[in-house]
Design a protein around this ligand. Structure first.
Ligand SMILES: [Zn+2]
Ligand SMILES: [Zn+2]
Length: 130
């Protein structure tokens, strides 16, 4: 069973375009749990934004997709390798927002304090007037 926080995290990360495996790593859930949750909630990003998934995940160059063939995500194996090397360094940290107290995921930066720009802004504003 997923808690409400976990559900929200999975949904948010999926909407940010992360893969099931990446979400699983970030939320410490099993990839199958993440997958079945996304299926049940109909969070299927790949089909929802065809134009943006048609660019190389590494260099951003447009890709030519062959109809009927599994979609390519990279223009060549070099781009794929580079991307994997980069994304492996992107370690997900589970943090709590200093302002709203919500849990959020930060990639590669465990010193992040706020879940959003809005929270950072509000917190600064609060300090100024105090
Ligand atoms: Zn590329
Ligand atoms: Zn916040």
């Amino acid at each position: 069973m997923l808690t409400n926080t976990q559900k929200q995290m999975v949904t948010n990360l999926r909407l940010q375009g992360l893969t099931y495996a990446e979400i699983a790593a970030a939320t410490e859930l099993s990839p199958n749990t993440v997958k079945s949750f996304c299926r049940r909630r109909h969070i299927k990003i790949d089909e929802a934004e065809p134009s943006e998934s048609n660019i190389c995940k590494n260099c951003g160059r447009p890709l030519t997709q062959q109809p009927g063939v599994k979609k390519k995500a990279f223009c060549n194996t070099q781009c794929r390798t580079e991307w994997w090397n980069k994304s492996r360094r992107r370690h997900p940290y589970r943090l709590t927002c200093y302002y709203c107290g919500k849990e959020f995921i930060s990639f590669g930066n465990k010193k992040k304090k706020f879940c959003s720009r809005e929270c950072r802004r509000l917190s600064r504003y609060g300090e100024d007037t105090a």
